[in-house]
Design a protein around this ligand. Structure first.
Ligand SMILES: [Mn+2]
Length: 336
């Protein structure tokens, strides 16, 4: 965090009356956890805030404290636009490129509000007036905790801690990814001291599969392809397969990680067809030095972190699958 971030933020907060907090499209535990945690924190300081999400969020997050107050742009366009245009301060959390909030990004350009970005993805854009960007940290929730700590740690209550814990847990793969540090654990220790029910939080997120989702996981695992002698796998899910399993948003969350559970694997990719948007949504995961941020940026209109990235293809599923296979072969020296 740059030295001037907290003083500049404090100054903005003194003068702000209308605050809007935005997560990225298809928000995950870290995006919603950071937005809601930050909202609750600001409310303890008598600020009025709204969280405006570009679209729906998955069912397994429909228990987070305050989630029922989130305004969804996809459902309430007028209300969202009014909030955004009237805001004097806008926080964008867990993303660093306005393309991540499409089609809401068009309104952001017309907003008079001061914009503040807090995010841990690589290569931030420069749309914000104030930026706290740190790709070395495992989650935006950890960053938001750092901000809260610098402002007033004493107001972090159970409700705030529950939101922050959720994002740290989900973005760290339950504290097992490389980015998990001693500091992460010490933050978690402070969060536990507020009395949060960490076992219940884990249960809410990971043990809440619908029958259809479990069946869809079965299909994903059946469809997994290992690329010849290389330590790379990819999974495909067609729209038809999604329909057969009564697909709901968020159902495929985490499926790509099963590819990484294979012994020795360095790269795992999942391709999910969305016939309505006419795209193939892609997720990339890697272990060690294989950089999926670069891989996704160069070949699949995406990006993210070194070991976790997203992307999109506008070809059909068959063509995209062929391209994935061919592209993996181009990296055969790194994937042996
Ligand atoms: Mn995140």
């Amino acid at each position: 965090m740059k030295n001037n971030f907290i003083p500049a933020l404090k100054e903005q907060l003194i003068n702000s009356k209308k605050i809007v907090i935005i997560p990225h499209k298809n928000p995950d535990g870290d995006a919603l956890g950071s937005c809601l945690g930050w909202k609750h924190f600001l409310e303890t300081m008598d600020h009025t805030c709204a969280v405006v999400s570009p679209n729906e969020f998955p069912k397994f997050l429909e228990w987070l404290p305050g989630q029922n107050e989130i305004i969804k742009y996809s459902k309430s366009k007028k209300k969202s636009e009014k909030l955004l245009l009237e805001a004097d301060l806008i926080f964008t959390l867990d993303f660093n490129s306005l393309s991540r909030i499409e089609p809401m990004n068009k309104i952001i350009d017309d907003c008079k509000a001061i914009k503040i970005m807090v995010d841990h993805h690589e290569q931030p854009e420069d749309y914000a007036d104030l930026i706290y960007s740190d790709p070395s940290l495992g989650s935006t929730c950890e960053m938001i905790y750092n901000v809260m700590e610098a402002i007033d740690i004493s107001v972090i209550n159970k409700k705030i801690a529950t939101c922050i814990y959720t994002g740290i847990m989900t973005d760290s793969g339950s504290f097992r990814f490389q980015s998990t540090t001693a500091i992460t654990h010490s933050i978690v220790s402070n969060l536990l001291d507020t009395g949060i029910d960490h076992a219940q939080i884990h249960n809410n997120i990971y043990d809440a599969y619908s029958f259809g989702r479990l069946q869809l996981l079965g299909k994903a695992l059946t469809n997994i392809v290992k690329v010849e002698a290389l330590n790379a796998v990819y999974i495909t899910l067609s729209q038809e397969e999604l329909n057969q399993c009564d697909f709901k948003k968020g159902d495929t969350e985490g499926f790509v990680n099963y590819g990484l559970s294979l012994n020795g694997i360095k790269l795992a990719i999942i391709l999910i067809e969305n016939s309505q948007e006419k795209i193939i949504k892609m997720s990339f995961r890697s272990k060690g030095d294989f950089n999926v941020n670069e891989f996704a940026r160069k070949h699949f209109n995406g990006g993210g972190h070194n070991n976790a990235a997203g992307g999109v293809s506008y070809d059909n599923l068959e063509k995209t699958t062929q391209k994935v296979h061919q592209t993996i072969l181009e990296y055969k020296d790194q994937l042996k």
